[in-house]
Write a protein that binds this ligand. Structure first.
Ligand code: ADP
Length: 315
């Protein structure tokens, strides 16, 4: 089973011709639905076939009720800390070229506590895999990873968003670290003084990318490269069943409608696969997550766009 620890937001999305300039008032096509990296990843992992408990913090309001209702509808078990803050929100503008501007209201997500993680230590310790992101207080995420590590649970950290605080000691708690290009460049700049532009990451040769990954973590690093695919880098002593210390997996070619939540789809599918076949070679999990994430871009939205596809379906 998988424990996902992280954020839930009510997303408010406006699709407009152009993003509003300061002082402007414009019209857009509105929709609302569930979001937050934690919840998106929990839904993906669930629809990829894993038993999921989602550890989060919710307000006593309509957003909190929505989270409970949607979790139940997907068969996700909730371990929700009750917050006096409003449930998390996101205001998202998307232009006709698919570019976005986002404002997050962390609300209850900011009150997910270390004490709540400690109270759920048995739950976390019983899991096969723990997946976390950085849209929640960093000390609480560090506590969850520490509890899992102590109990011998495989830990996966998606170090997102890119501007979230982090430390090398936090990164070391992850058996698998899954930055996208932007997060990878940010972590390199912040923690090991390597200046790499996010846009240049995918074009680097394998040996250079591997060397950069090794500076960041002693464990496995999976860099997601959007439409290019994925780069995987292992510690030479811990290949996790793979034959190569580093390799690329090319993205699947699909009719892309909306890439929002592709990274969340990838992370959810990766942990679902790891939990269902812990002894399989790591590349099998990466291939499945790469297929699953590609499928998720064929529909509009994040959590609602997560496909129902398990590693068995993918073959
Ligand atoms: P994020 O959503 O965090 O920016 P990425 O853009 O790196 O993450 O996407 C995560 C994964 O989703 C990629 O590694 C790939 O597997 C898949 N993916 C993203 N965009 C595409 C695309 N245009 N075509 C096929 N697969 C994609």
């Amino acid at each position: 089973s998988v424990v996902v620890a992280g954020s839930f937001n009510v997303d408010h999305v406006w699709r407009c011709d152009a993003l509003p300039a300061p002082g402007a008032t414009i019209a857009g096509r509105y929709s609302t639905g569930p979001g937050g990296k934690g919840f998106n990843q929990a839904v993906a992992a669930r629809r990829a076939g894993a038993d999921i408990t989602f550890v989060c913090a919710l307000g006593d309001d309509a957003g909190g009720a929505l989270a409970r209702q949607l979790a139940a509808a997907d068969g996700i078990v909730l371990a929700a800390e009750a917050s006096t803050e409003p449930t998390g929100t996101a205001g998202i503008y998307v232009d006709s070229r698919g570019r976005n501007s986002i404002v997050i209201g962390p609300g209850a997500n900011a009150s997910l506590s270390t004490e709540f993680m400690a109270a759920n230590a048995a739950l976390i310790g019983d899991a096969g895999v723990l997946l976390a992101q950085l849209e929640s207080p960093v000390e609480s995420i560090e506590a969850a990873l520490g509890i899992a590590r102590e109990a011998g649970v495989l830990t996966v950290l998606n170090p997102a968003p890119a501007n979230a605080p982090s430390s090398i000691s936090l990164l070391k708690l992850a058996d698998v670290l899954t930055p996208n290009e932007t997060e990878f460049a940010a972590l390199l700049g912040r923690h090991v003084g390597e200046r790499v532009e996010a846009d240049d990451v995918a074009a680097l040769d394998g040996a250079s990318l591997h060397a950069l990954c090794r500076k960041l973590s002693g464990n496995t690093v999976v860099v997601t490269l959007g439409a290019v695919g994925v780069f995987v880098s292992h510690d030479e002593e811990r290949l996790r069943g793979d034959s190569q210390p580093y390799y690329r997996v090319a993205a699947e070619s699909v009719q892309v409608v909306d890439t929002t939540g592709a990274g969340d789809a990838f992370n959810g599918a990766l942990v679902a696969s790891l939990a269902q076949a812990p002894d399989a070679a790591f590349i099998k999990h990466v291939r499945f997550a790469n297929q699953y994430a590609a499928r998720s871009t064929e529909n509009e939205g994040a959590a609602v766009a997560m496909p129902r596809m398990t590693p068995a379906d993918a073959g």
